[in-house]
Every structure is written in C-alpha cells, then in structure tokens.
Design a protein around this ligand. Sequence first.
Ligand code: 4AD
Ligand code: MG
Length: 432
Amino acid sequence: MNPPVAYIRDLLKHVGQSVTLRGWVYSKRSSGKVKFLNVRDGTGIVQLVFVKGQIPDQTFEDFEKLTQETSVILTGKVKEEKRAKGGVELDAESMKILQIAVDYPIGPKEHGPDFLLSNRHLWLRSVRPHAILRIRDRFVKAVRDFFDQDGFTLIDTPIFTPAACEGTTTLFETEYFDQKAYLSQSGQLYSEATCMAFGKVYCFGPTFRAEKSKTRRHLTEFWMIEPEVAFNDLNDNMVLAERFLEYTVQRTLEECKEEFKTLERDTTKLQNVKAPFPRVSYDEAIAILKKKGLNCEWGTDFGAPEETAVSEDFDRPIFIHRFPAKIKAFYMKADPERPELALGCDCIAPEGYGEIIGGGQREESYETLVQRIKEHNLPEEAFDWFLDLRKYGSVPHAGFGLGLERTISWLCGLEHLREAAAFPRMMYRLKP
Ligand code: 4AD
Ligand code: MG
C-alpha cells in the first residue's frame, strides 16, 4: 500500500513519515551515488534525495530519464532540513513516471517576453508567475472579506450590454441575434440599480475596453471591483476607498510574504498604504505640475507622466478629486459650488503605477442626467431604465472601480500589467 498523499506546502506536518507526492520535475542534479530531484506540485517545490543502495536499482536508473516537467508520482520519507526553503527534504523511496516531457520550451535561461507570452500556458508553471497569481488570489480573498465584513452584497452585473458606460471610443461591439450588443466596460450603471435595492453592493467581474494603445497599463480585458453605496457622497466614497485599500493591501502583505520575497519586491513602501490618503484637487494638481515645469493646461486629462509627477512627493496612494466635468463621464455629478467641476475621484498609486481607482458621486437629478446624455451624444433610449432610477426615489449615491490587474501590477512591482493576468488580452494578443 502506498503512503498517504501529501502536498508540498504541508510537508512539515509529516516529518518522520513516508508520503506520496504527485507532481512535475522542476530540476535535477547528480553527484555519483547521490542524486537530487526538485519536484513541484503547485503548492511548492521540494528536494528528494536518491541514494544508491537505499532505493531499488531500477528507480535509481530511472532518474536518468527524468526531464524538466516530466510528471511523476514519488514516495519518500520526510525529514527536517533547516537550510531548505520549506524546512524539509525527502529521502526518495519509489518513483513512477507518468509521462516524460520532451524538449520543454522554457528553461532556466533568459527568454524574451514575447516568447514567454506565447507560451503562457506553460510559463504559468514557473516560480515568478506562480507568485504573482497567488498574490492576486489572496488579494481577491481580502477584497471579498472586506466587503462581507462591511455589510455589502455581491451582485454581479451583465457582460452583454445595450449601451456604453465609459465612452463610445473603446466599445467592443458584438452581434446579439438581430441586435447589436457591447461587452461591458464597467458594471457601474447596473450597480447603481442594485444599490437602490440593497443599499451597499459591489460587483466583481471582467470588463472590456477596445484599447488601441500599447501601454504598460492597458489590457483589453481586465477585472474590476466596483462598490456602489446609496446615500454616499464624494467624501464618503474616498473614505470607503482608502479603508478598502488599506485592508486589502495590508492583508495581502501579511499573507504573501514568501511570494513577495520570490519577486524580490521591496514592500516597505507598501507598508505605508494606510488611511487617510492625501487629497489633492485637480486645481492643486495643475499647480503642482506647473511648478514642476510640466506643460499642462487646466481642462486637460492626466496621462501617466502627469499622474506620476503629482503623486511622487507622497509616501502613499493619493486621491485627485474634482476634475473638469468635460473630461469625465456623463454620469458624474457636478460640484454644486463650481458646476464646471465633476465630483469624481481617482486614486493614484505610488511608484509611478498611476490610476488604480476611478469613481465619484453620481448625478441623481433626472433632468440634469437627461441633459448630460444628450451632451455626450449617447442614445437616450438605451438609458431609459437607468433614468428610471432618478424617477423613483432618487438619492445621492457614489461608488468606484478598482482595476485588479493595475493593482496587482503595483503590489508586485511589475514592469507591465500583462503579468498580473493568467492569460492577458491585449490588442495584439488573443492566444493562448
Ligand atoms: O476609471 P475607469 O474607467 O472607471 C470606471 O469604469 C467607473 N465606471 C468605475 C466605477 O465608478 N464603478 O476605470 C476604473 C479602473 C481604472 O482606475 C483602472 O484601474 C482600471 O479600471 N482600468 C484598466 N485596467 C486595465 N486595462 C485597462 N484598459 C483599464 N481601463 C481602466
Ligand atoms: Mg479613470
């Protein structure tokens, strides 16, 4: 009978026992009568020692057939090994080879990003993508726990939609029987409906933008976390966003120490992600940019260089709020004190990572919203249901959207946010 199956991350609990491991060959080396095999099983990597004479001769010989990513079932006795990463090592006892991998394309040598992206389905087995996607998983768990503990209800919003939320220039159009449909750019409009039914809601799903730009910060498909709260104003919205980021970032740092170490990410700056975050008005941001010698006129939208220049003097994320209304979406409420401004707020991550959150207070007046839809040349009939929300018990409300890949890219210190998605979608990449 085979010893019990164990996962590598649990091996410390099995010191002194024989276990069965199921996984893939990561690397190997030999020195005469002793051979060393590193095996990974998705939860970690561990070394097994093959000693001639202590295992069947056939097993010792089979070692020679092992290639990187060959699938194996091994048994071995777990012993403590302080110098090893997981604190253990195994004395191999038996081995069954499931399938020998021939010419696995990804080796320890340097590969170009294009090659790795084309082999993303295999690249995911390497240590670095593994660490990044574990961090993403733990971050998402923290997001869900934050909203659960805060009394939010998760209500997912549709992906096929009849109209634009974030402007018509980045819409993906698709056939929908005898009509046209668009892939959702944001769940916000639907969350505005669900918050009137449930009070505090969030949606979390994939969103789509036909971004023709080839930047380090744009995907065509990305995941967004979007809370929406009835009776919140702009200030409440910023307070929610900073509490949310503090909780999720600090918990991820706490839970993913090993993964951040693997990425060689210096996390000291992330320790500062604590509320309150500095609030900088758009007017103040323009003044900062002018002082720094950037040529930026009032009324223009900020790109990456402007966001970096405004945020670089702060030690944590900042909010930029109250933008010129004409550069923002149709649904934003105008500042009653200065109607040329929209009550929007973006959260800018430090270290040059730029905007990770966009949001603000929504226009709640029926007449004003109809006006806005016209000004933005949007098809009024597609928004009739949305306008109903302003007819039947309209209230102030606010919300925001956090881009998941942008956030993970910042937390992990990535060059390009494509590494924050398992299978990133960009203008020139639909495969694998
Ligand atoms: O600022 P955005 O466009 O805001 C909205 O969509 C609002 N409707 C959200 C809301 O209030 N509920 O997008 C929100 C965030 C950005 O701050 C950014 O982090 C991310 O979504 N994002 C992208 N991430 C990756 N690739 C892209 N092409 C992105 N576009 C936006
Ligand atoms: Mg934005």
